[in-house]
Write a protein that binds this ligand. Sequence first.
Ligand code: 0XW
Ligand code: MG
Length: 365
Amino acid sequence: MRIARITAYRLDLPFKDGAYVVSGGRAALGFDATVVALHTDGDVTGWGEMAPLGAAYDPAFAGGARAALEELAPLLLGEDPTQVVRLNRRMDAILMGHNYAKAAIDMACWDILGKTAGMPLAELLGGRYGETVDLYRSVSQDAPAVMAQRATHYTRAGYRRIQVKVGGDPAEDVARVRAVAAAVPRGTVLFADANGGWALGDARRFVGLARDLDLTLEQPCRSLADCAALRPHCPFPLVLDESIDGLAALLAARGLADGVTLKLARVGGVTKARQLRDAAVELGMKVTVEDTGGSDIDTAAMAHLSLSTPEAFRLHTVDFNNWVTVSNATGMPEAKDGRLAAPTAPGLGVTPRMEVLGEPFLEVG
Ligand code: 0XW
Ligand code: MG
């Protein structure tokens, strides 16, 4: 099978709940998504999606993804999309780095492989463990009382895992987590995500002041070295997210992180995320498979990879399709009681809404 034509679409995905704010005042009003279609010389078309969170969350931005696609797409015509690892090596040979830009192409290859094999991605990626996966919901950074109100709104909507955005003033951050903890039902799982916003001293102050709380700490400082220096002082399980951009980082996090957050766009797509997921599970680390943004196409991929992670090592994932006002595909099961299922149709199992995608910004072949 060969790639005969590649089309790519740009899609604005505004957030339902307004501005989303993480540490350092980094804010976004939505995702600027790129959707890729790989048309084969057979009758199969594969779909993939990637969306960065603004331009200051990761070393990735939407304009970069589009420019990289212009570079990559013409050189991928004629390649076999079902040979996913080989195709990834080809992309890496054509364009060094820019993993995020390759993620949507790689996702579309897996969609084709699944459709060709007649298998849903979860099974193809190693096996479906259970029917649904836990979801978390992020509470955008704000004043403690506002965050408590938001968290209550989300737990009423069914979410049982809340990610509190911290990484600001440590005393105020502790007040944020305390306010949320007091507002949500007993048993709600709390994550405090600093998104690398604290200097080491701030992180030390936070863990000192928050000691009595039951929470998991996510990416306290930007560098792995600072997170490692915090480790002996940190009584909480520690999850690394922004630090984990590949296998070397995963191996360096061994013994330091209790879990890792694998983002499809950051690591370069399904192929590389699966490699990291399998390595993390073998190393005994807990795993969240998620992404930086997107709508239904991307959420389907996150759901499949999450469901193919053994339960004992699985943390949670995110239902971005419910964060945004635009649905770009049909076929995603509805999230229910804070849990998400993956489609059961072959490949990603979703059908793009062509009327929503509009005209492609790129068409080659
Ligand atoms: C909550 N997220 C998955 C959404 C944004 O992409 C950032 C990310 C996080 O873990 O901070
Ligand atoms: Mg995070």
